[in-house]
Design a protein around this ligand. Sequence first.
Ligand SMILES: NC(=O)c1ccc[n+]([C@@H]2O[C@H](COP(=O)([O-])OP(=O)(O)OC[C@H]3O[C@@H](n4cnc5c(N)ncnc54)[C@H](O)[C@@H]3O)[C@@H](O)[C@H]2O)c1
Length: 399
Amino acid sequence: MSSVIRLGVVGGARGKGFGHSLGSLKGRMKLSAICDLHPGVRAAWQKDFPDIHSFEDYETMLDSGKVDAVLLATPMPLHVPQSIAALRRGIHVASEVTACITIDEGRRLIRAVEQSKATYFFAENYVYSRTHRMIETMIRQGVFGEITYVQGGYYHDCRSLAFNQDGSLTWRGILRRDFNCHTYPTHTLGPIDRWLGVREGKDRFVSVMASTSRQAALSDYAAQRFGKKSRYANPAAFKHGDTQKLLIKTANGVLVDILFDPISPRPGNCAEHFITGTKACFHSNTPIPYADGMRAGPAIAFADKGKNGHYHWQPLMDMADQYEHPQWRRHLATAEKSGHGGGDYFILLDFANAIQGRGKPAIDVYDAVLWSAFIELSDRSIRTGKTLPVPEFRPKGKR
Ligand SMILES: NC(=O)c1ccc[n+]([C@@H]2O[C@H](COP(=O)([O-])OP(=O)(O)OC[C@H]3O[C@@H](n4cnc5c(N)ncnc54)[C@H](O)[C@@H]3O)[C@@H](O)[C@H]2O)c1
C-alpha cells in the first residue's frame, strides 16, 4: 500500500460531503476514485476532481489496484455485501449508516472483519458532534452525577426521499413499505452509547420494547403528489407507522427513550436529546434568553438552583473552555468547516488513524452491529408485543 491512503468513494450523493473534507487530510488520505451506477453522478465528481478514476461497477474498482480503502455511501441494503467484498480483498472499509439491516447480516459482517487484515470503521458521524463530545467529557468528569434517563429523538420529514419522480419507491421507500420499526437508530444510539460508557463496558443495553403509531403521513403525501388513485396513496401500502418509540433498559438501570419519525410533516430535529442526572440535566434544544432575544440551543441546568431558587438553563457552549473534548480542541478550525457539524472530517481522520496504526477503530464493527441491531429488535418487538433481550456482539475483552 502507498503511504497515502487512496480512497474510493462509493455512492456519490452522500459521498460528496466526504469528497470535500478530504482536502484537510492532505498527505495521509487522498481521493482516488468515484464509483456510482449513475453516469451523471460520476461526471459531476470528475468535474470537481478531474484526476480521479471513475467506475460504474464496484467490484471492478476493488480489483483495479487503484484503491486501498473505500467509503460506502450507497443505499443501506448494500452496506454488508459491499463491506464484505472489500474486506475479503484486504481493502479497508468505512461504512455509512446503518451498518446492516438484519442481525444475521450483522453477524456475517463481524465474521468478515475478524477474518480480514483490513480495517472496518463505522462512519457514524453523530458521535463526533461538538455538543455530543462535550457532553461525553462532562459525564466522564461527573458533572451530571448519576444518570437515570436519556431521551433521544430523530424526527425528520424525509417523505420526498421515499419516491422517485415517477411515483415508484426509492430504497428508503422500500424500507417504509417492508418494515415497521426504527430503521435509522445509529445517529441516536451512537452518542448515547458513548455517554453511558457502553463501548468501555461500564454499562450495557439490556432489553428493548418498541411500539408504533399507525401509518398515515406517507400515503397522504403520495396522494397529494401522485394522485389519490396512485398505488402508494393507499395507507396499507406501507408497514412503517409514522412514529416509532423504543424503550431500552440498561444494566445500570438507565431508561433510554427513543423517538423516530422520518415521515410526519413537521419541523425536524435529527439530534434531540434530554439527559437527566442527579446533579444536572441537558436538553439539546431549549429556548434560552440571549442579549439579542430568545434562541433555542443545547443547554444545561444544574440541580443546585443557586441564590434565586429557580432552575436555570444556560447555554452549553458557555462551558466550552472547561469541557471541550480534546479532539475538538485540537481540530476545531478544520472541523468547523467540514460537513455534518465536523462529523465528516473526524470520520476520515479516525479512519486514517485506524488504518495507519494509530489506534483501534474509534467506532468499530461491534459498535456498528449493536446500534444497527435495533432495526430488527424493534421490528420483532412491535410484531410480538414483547420486551426483547439485546444480544452482546462484542467478544469479552475486545474493547
Ligand atoms: N451520516 C449521515 O449523516 C447521512 C446522511 C445522509 C445519508 N446517509 C447514508 O448515506 C447512504 C446514501 O444515502 P443517500 O441519501 O446519498 O442515498 P441516494 O439514494 O441519494 O444515493 C445513493 C447513491 O448510490 C449510488 N448507487 C446505488 N447502488 C450502487 C452500487 N451498487 N454501486 C455504486 N453506486 C451505487 C446511486 O446511484 C446514488 O448516487 C445511506 O446509507 C444513508 O443512510 C448518511
